[in-house]
Design a protein around this ligand. Structure first.
Ligand SMILES: Cc1ncc(C[n+]2csc(CCOP(=O)(O)OP(=O)(O)O)c2C)c(N)n1
Ligand SMILES: [Mg+2]
Length: 1045
């Protein structure tokens, strides 16, 4: 109540400003006043809780401008207050006090002590409450006036106004009150051992804590324990003091960080390197976070970062050998496969001794594309997986650090998506330390044009992460917040942000001219000494180091760099493998690189898995399951007894058999537990007990591998990235992301383009990630029809004009050579095999699988156990098996197709009684293209015309991909004799089997005359019509065309 009264007093009395606060804030301002509409339901407003005074103030301003802009109750409140009356009187509360609420009367005895005993006047109580309010205001809003900008020209929060609550005059104190002593509340630690302090000292200590070089936002956190934890570490007198040894260590690290950039600048002055100049303190900061975290038990750290300072991080944080870094500047050719990437995107993996803690530590920097922040979820997935395999359920051994640029952190939506994974049970990494290199610029754009939030870090508030803004020119403050961040994570296992407010000494890259766009800022930067110079001067002044020592450290590092450059000059090639972020030691070694394992399994296994999957929980008597689920389980059991599988059972057979073999399976995506189409039901829910669930696939065998099935947040970009990262940690796991509908995968396009399709070529990194994409035109409209199969095919790297040499290893060699596999299966048996093949392959490739909707329940889309037994395997094509195939000479037309349209074509053929005339062959694996099988299938029907039928529009679906490949399959290949040259460590691994020379084309005439024609919808801009009637009409035309002879 006091604060409300004080607020009203202020509104009435206006402007008793204190000189000491005004002068410290004399910075040219950016005005951002705007009138907001506060006409919100009053019931939703907790009245004057801890942080709402600014809100009330804003509302008051809005009311002054327009009384109708606030709710009627506030209008009345302000009207009464302005007239000198009581603004608001709450009814007496019957409810118990909240956690942070204190009755004013509870202060009375203490205040009596503070004021010498006896009678306590209302003014004394009010003044103590005011002191409490001031302390709280500093804790909440002190950061707004902290001196965060090393250049002293900008305000990190884009607002130069001093919050009124930080003015003592705002609380009706006079200068005379400054020496009055006040008892300190339990919500502050500024007193240390003192229980009371003069107002002047209270303000001084608050200023030192909250308004110097650290600005901290934490009071929005809904935990008194966590708020007190931060207050204690910041406010306790002497909390920031460090010893001479620590100061020297900071200086040494800063010297290396600075020396590295200047060495590169001297040696390769016109090379882009996205230098760290202006934020060299990042390096000591990261090392401090790592030291502290290692001390607290962390053994492995996965890092993701953008371009800025990346080389410096690799050199000085990861201690990647300098000569390897320098060879990247030499323009050498690579000794390995792949197309590689620019030097400031490459990843690395290092295991080394942490000299400060004397413990071993593993550091990985994940390779990333230019696309800013896209690596964030990948890092999180990789971290989560590492925690999982180590049994580190609380994130005590493995953690992640994410680095961000200021403009990207607030501009890129993936940051928000990643943040929202941070506390989800199957996605949390138990706290990430985010470090923002806030150089107050993004390329040429300054913060006023790149964000609408006060700070670039505001996104982190949604997950209640404390945010430490810190001035980069105060190394000791930076180290203090780094220690706090590491301890915070270790204590609470929640995210935390360190916002290093710095500057960028050069242009965006070393070739850019920053004066074109930021002339004043850069004039100032030119006259600003480096953080190293400033810190060295301070330490010399303090007597911690001598000028000679400073010079000595510098020249020693220069010598290290020169020596490394000498050895780099001797290198003749670069090796991409040196830059691998996820080495799978032991996975490739000793394997026949062109020999895949089998994928069929024993009948017993199918029966066992089938029965378990179809049974209610073992404690069925107490576990009430839904009647509908009972029916589903019953029909599953009937299928098992009849030795057949539908789609869900086929998938479960694949998962279950892999789990039996010790392969961890993880299925993640929106609503995957049940399945978008209610077909899967991997989690059964007790109908009367909340959160009681049963997961049949987790209960197959006592020694099985763990199965994780998890509904994700409603994100594609974030979750797909996460699963990709998860798949990178261990090749012996089947990691699957399923889209709700395939149509939505394009919001994750960046992960698909930048990582999945091209990751191996750029970064020699493999992944066996599976994407399940429900796909098919079923009259559900343009956004529930297409997974954009054509795009995946267009990004497939197999050459349409190249028919690889035929050999026993044709299929596996093709898989080895391609960037990913794209398939559209039509039977549960083939689904079973292709999922199992992911693990049976001696290498890993992403699998893009179009999955069905109506086929999930189609009575014909069933497979017998016979198709999954030990002697069976994945069928790249499923040849026609109707009567047509028995007299192929008589067949007039062969229709090739892929996916569910097969069942429509088959029915149309039956309806028209054309089984003798038309053969229908399914292409199940579209890419890499099964040239060999297509060729023999065409040859089998020498008199038939050849058609490709698809339900997608002509400019979509597989047509553009298959057409030239059909031609190559029919004609042989002009490239066929030039077997692609393999080179490098990875190719060598696979080069012990030479392909057989290609056979001669079968007949000249066949090759010359046959072409494949198109049957399907015409071209269109949209993937599907929105009208069901139109959809059916189109389908009927398609089938008519297909059946025409
Ligand atoms: C998604 C994406 N959009 C645009 C770019 C082009 N780009 C490269 S760096 C950059 C500015 C980044 O600013 P900031 O995040 O503040 O990092 P800084 O370069 O200042 O360290 C931009 C726009 C990009 N790399 N990624
Ligand atoms: Mg920036």
């Amino acid at each position: 109540m006091y604060r409300a009264r004080a607020l009203v007093n202020y509104f009435g009395g206006q402007g008793q400003f204190a000189g000491w606060l005004l002068t410290k804030n004399a910075v040219p301002g950016i005005s951002c006043a705007s009138t907001r509409n506060y006409n919100v339901p009053v019931a939703s407003e907790p009245f004057l809780n801890g942080s709402s005074s600014q809100y009330v103030e804003d509302m008051y301003n809005a009311w002054l401008a327009d009384p109708a802009s606030v709710h009627a109750s506030w209008d009345s409140f302000f009207r009464n207050s302005a007239a000198g009356g009581v603004g608001y009187q709450s009814p007496p509360s019957l409810a118990p006090l909240g956690k942070n609420e204190v009755l004013a009367t509870s202060f009375l005895p203490a205040l009596a002590g503070a004021t010498g005993g006896g009678h306590v006047s209302e003014k004394v109580i009010d003044d103590h409450l005011a002191v409490q309010a001031i302390i709280r205001s500093y804790q909440i809003r002190g950061h707004h006036i902290a001196k965060l900008d090393p250049l002293g020209i900008n305000s990190a929060d884009l607002d130069d106004r001093t919050p009124q609550e930080l003015l003592y005059s705002h609380y009706s104190f006079e200068d005379d009150d400054m020496d009055r002593t006040f008892k300190l509340p339990s919500t502050t630690f500024i007193g240390g051992k003192e229980k009371q302090l003069p107002l002047r000292e209270i303000l001084r200590r608050l200023e030192l804590t909250y308004c110097r070089h650290i600005g901290v936002e934490f009071m929005f956190i809904n935990s008194l324990e966590q708020c007190n934890w931060i207050r204690q570490r910041l406010e306790t007198p002497g909390a920031m003091e460090i010893g001479a040894d620590e100061k020297r260590l900071i200086l040494a690290r800063l010297t290396r960080a600075t020396g590295f950039e200047s060495f590169l600048a001297r040696k390769w002055s016109s090379e882009k390197r996205f230098g760290l100049e202006g934020c060299e303190i990042l390096i000591p900061a990261m090392k401090q976070v790592i030291d502290k975290s290692t001390e607290l038990g962390v053994e492995s750290i996965v890092m993701g970062m953008p371009h800025r300072g990346r080389l410096n991080v690799l050199a000085n944080v990861c201690r990647k050998p300098l000569h390897q870094l320098f060879t990247q500047f030499a323009g050498l050719e690579a000794a390995d496969d792949g197309s590689g990437d620019v030097k400031y995107h490459l990843g690395t993996y290092i295991e080394r001794l942490n000299r400060v803690t004397n413990k071993n530590i593993r550091l990985a920097v994940v390779a990333n594309p230019s696309h800013l922040e896209a690596v964030d979820p990948v890092v999180q997935g990789k971290t989560r997986a590492e925690q999982f395999y180590r049994g580190d359920g609380e994130g005590k051994k493995v953690m992640s650090i994410l680095l961000h640029g200021d403009a990207a952190f607030c501009g890129q939506g993936i940051v928000f998506e990643t943040m929202h994974l941070s506390d989800l049970p199957d996605y949390t990494t138990h706290g990430t330390i985010h470090i923002v290199v806030n150089n107050q610029i993004g390329f040429t754009t300054d913060p006023r044009h790149s964000r609408s939030s006060s700070y670039c870090t505001d996104v982190a508030r949604v997950v209640n992460a404390p945010i430490f803004h810190v001035n980069s020119d105060d190394p000791e403050s930076v180290m203090h917040v780094c220690n706090m961040a590491a301890e915070w994570r270790s204590t609470f296992h929640k995210d935390v942000v360190i916002d290093i407010v710095c500057y960028r000494r050069n242009g965006h890259n070393e070739i850019d001219e920053p004066m074109f766009t930021q002339p004043l800022m850069y004039r100032k930067i030119r006259n600003t000494k480096s953080a190293l110079e400033k810190y060295a001067e301070n330490l010399i002044k303090e007597g911690v180091v001598t000028p000679d020592e400073v010079k000595d450290v510098k020249s020693k590092y220069e010598k290290i760099c020169e020596d490394a450059l000498d050895s780099a000059r001797k290198e003749t090639h670069i090796k991409y493998k040196d830059w691998l972020d996820s080495p799978w030691s032991g996975f490739f070694e000793g394997k026949d690189p062109l020999k895949a394992g089998t994928t069929g399994v024993k009948e017993d296994t199918l029966v066992h898995i089938g029965k378990r999957f179809s049974s209610p929980p073992p404690n069925a008597a107490e576990f009430v399951i839904h009647k509908g689920i009972e029916r589903i389980l019953k029909s599953r059991m009937e299928m098992v007894e009849a030795r057949t599988c539908d789609w869900a059972l086929g998938e479960a057979m694949a998962f279950g058999s892999l789990l039996k073999e010790g392969i961890h399976v993880r299925l993640s995506g929106q609503d995957v537990e049940r399945g978008t189409f209610s077909h899967r039901h991997h989690v059964l829910h007790h109908q009367t007990v909340d959160k009681a669930t049963y997961r049949p696939l987790c209960n197959l065998y006592p020694d099985q591998a763990p199965y994780t099935v998890c509904n994700s947040s409603l994100s594609e970009f974030g979750v797909l990235g996460f699963e990709l990262g998860y798949s990178m940690t261990n090749p012996n796991a089947l990691v699957i992301w399923e889209a709700q509908f395939g149509d939505f995968n394009n919001t994750a396009q960046c992960i698909i383009d930048q990582f999945i399709s091209s990751g191996q070529a750029k970064w020699v990194r493999q992944s066996g990630l599976v994407m399940l994409l429900p796909h098919g035109l079923e009259g559900m409209g343009p956004e529930h029809s297409s997974a954009r199969l054509e795009r995946f095919l267009q990004m497939s790297s197999d050459d349409p004009d190249y028919f690889p040499p035929e050999s026993d290893e044709f299929a596996v060699r093709q898989l080895h050579d391609i960037n990913w596999i794209v398939a559209n299966c039509t039977t549960p048996g083939n689904l079973f095999h292709i999922l199992r093949r992911q693990i049976a392959l001696p290498f890993r490739k992403p699998l893009i699988l179009m999955t069905p909707k109506s086929l999930l329940r189609h009575p014909e889309a069933r497979s017998s156990f016979d198709e999954m037994l030990e002697n069976t395997e994945f069928q790249r094509i499923i040849p026609d098996s109707s009567v047509a195939s028995q007299s192929p000479q008589n067949v007039k037309k062969v229709i090739f197709c892929s996916g569910k349209v097969y069942y429509d074509l088959k029915k149309a053929r039956e309806d028209r009684k054309l089984e003798n005339d038309i053969a229908i062959t399914r292409v199940e694996q579209i890419s890499p293209f099964p040239y060999d099988l297509i060729k023999s299938e065409c040859a089998k029907y020498p008199n038939a015309q050849l058609s490709w039928a698809q339900e997608e529009h002509k400019n979509q679906g597989p047509w553009f991909y298959v057409q030239p490949r059909f031609e190559t399959a029919l004609t042989g290949s002009r490239d066929v004799v030039t077997e692609k040259e393999s080179k490098g460590w990875f190719a060598k691994l696979f080069s012990n089997k030479e392909p057989k020379p290609p056979p001669e084309p079968e007949t000249e005439t066949l090759a010359e005359t046959r072409v494949v024609s198109y049957v399907g919808r015409p071209t269109a801009a949209s993937p599907a019509t929105g009208s069901k009637a139109q959809h059916l009409k189109e389908l009927s035309h398609l089938l008519d065309d297909a059946m025409a002879l």
